[in-house]
Design a protein around this ligand. Structure first.
Ligand code: TGC
Length: 396
């Protein structure tokens, strides 16, 4: 396969990073290249999630790495972003795992959980001894979590949850699910129902997760339908610190931030593959990279990778100052995934017929990026979030 030229060395990204950030990036790159890359084509082909990597990622410190305490590494936002970039340079499925575990499930517990809940779950999840999932999206909901119909009702000293969720990453492997549900809330008036979060051990009777079959994207990862049928939980299963949709949206901000970096990793891999082929394959008696049309494509791809990484870095620095807004996150998520997909398609055209085989990672990245474009807010949702920030008018 491709020997990887350091695309990010072209404009000396390293000069903008601290030694600690470079160290995290190098550790993630090593994990991706030594562990994930040798098996990913086979796993993608067989739709196989390699469970043993979970503990290894935990031991390496990547799970909840941007959280502090409870066994988490306490790394900065840029370090976390660089780890996402390197993991997604191998496969979006493994960046997604780290996102679901760290940015969604662990973040929800860290932001909104009681001290007991944090002690019970975060150290095990940081170590990779327990897996979490984040159950927000519903079959009829998609982009509109406000349409949620899953309910939690009080029954004596218990909560009882009923409903259905869809596209829930890792749910069939998870030990605990962060489930968002509507709760009868007298403070909201008659019929008023606030969205609240619950920690649901997946062994609880009534919780069923079924992997979604037939995926042509993210095949080395698992997404599930989840049924919640009379799931009975103790009173302290509720996350005390989250009330309303701002709870789950606060976690989506974290996951979307990781995607801003991660998608640029997939893009970089596609550019590397196209670049390698440009000098190794000859047509019409010369390397295809000696053609002006090929060079124009390569140049455009490099421009977008560099711009995307610099935007990610700027947003990361804002996040480290606690100054990153949801609209800025939408700019980054929209741009990174849209450009990464365009880069994957350009790379495929340079690779010609070989580009549709798994001798190169490009079609796999392109297929994965179709999922990344859809989850954590579609392109259209992010356009509308930006449009609302620009005009002050909501067009949802
Ligand atoms: P809206 O009226 O705008 O807001 C409702 C409440 O939420 C607050 N809020 C936010 N808070 C923090 N961060 C944000 N980004 C926030 N956006 C909104 C808002 O302030 C308000 O709070 P309060 O206290 O005033 O009530 O809500 P809306 O219904 O108009 O929402 C608009 C919209 C479209 C932006 C939102 O629904 C949206 O983002 N939709 C996209 C949903 C989405 O991204 N779903 C992804 C689900 S998770 C997933 O895909 C998992 S993939 C990983 C895996 O499991 O494999």
């Amino acid at each position: 396969m491709t020997t990887a030229p350091r695309i990010d060395a072209v404009f000396d990204l390293d000069a903008l990073l601290t030694p600690e950030e470079r160290d995290w990036q190098q550790r993630a790159r090593t994990f991706a290249q030594e562990r994930i890359l040798p098996v990913i084509e086979e796993d993608f082909e067989n739709a196989y999630f390699r469970r043993e990597f979970v503990g290894d990622l935990g031991a390496a410190g990547f799970l909840g790495m941007h959280l502090t305490g409870y066994g988490c590494a306490g790394a900065g936002a840029v370090s976390y972003g660089l780890a996402c970039l390197e993991l997604e340079a191998a496969d979006s499925g493994w960046r997604t795992f780290v996102s679901v575990q760290g940015s969604l499930a662990m973040s929800a517990i860290a932001k909104y959980g009681s001290e007991e809940q944090k002690q019970a779950w975060l150290p095990r999840m940081a170590a990779g001894d327990a897996v979490g999932c984040f159950a927000l999206t519903e079959p009829q909901g998609g982009s509109d979590p406000a349409a949620m119909t899953t309910t939690a009702r009080r029954d004596g000293g218990s909560w009882v949850i009923d409903g259905a969720k869809r596209w829930i990453g890792l749910a069939s492997l998870a030990d605990v699910a962060v489930v968002w549900a509507r709760v009868d809330d007298p403070a909201l008036g008659e019929g008023g129902r606030a969205v609240r979060g619950f920690l649901v051990p997946t062994a609880t009777p009534g919780f069923t997760a079924t992997p979604i079959a037939g995926k042509l994207s993210m095949r080395a990862s698992v997404q599930c339908d989840v049924a919640l049928e009379g799931v009975r939980l103790p009173a302290d299963a509720i996350l005390p610190g989250a009330e309303g949709l701002s709870g789950p949206f606060g976690c989506l901000n974290e996951a979307r931030y990781g995607i801003i970096w991660g998608a640029m990793g997939a893009a970089r891999s596609c550019l590397e593959a196209a670049l390698e082929r440009s000098t190794s394959r000859e047509v019409f008696g010369k390397p295809i990279g000696a053609n002006q049309l090929t060079q124009a494509k390569l140049a455009d791809m490099l421009v977008e990778v560099e711009k995307g990484i610099l935007l990610a870095l700027h947003l990361g620095r804002l996040k480290e100052r606690d100054a990153l807004t949801p609209a800025q996150i939408s700019v980054g998520k929209l741009n990174s995934v849209r450009e990464a997909l365009a880069i994957a398609h350009q790379a495929r055209s340079i690779l010609a017929g070989d580009g549709i085989t798994n001798a190169y990672p490009v079609m796999r990245h392109a297929a994965n990026l179709e999922s990344v474009r859809t989850y954590e807010g579609t392109d259209e949702i992010h356009q509308l979030v930006i449009g609302r920030a620009l005009t002050g008018l909501s067009a949802f």
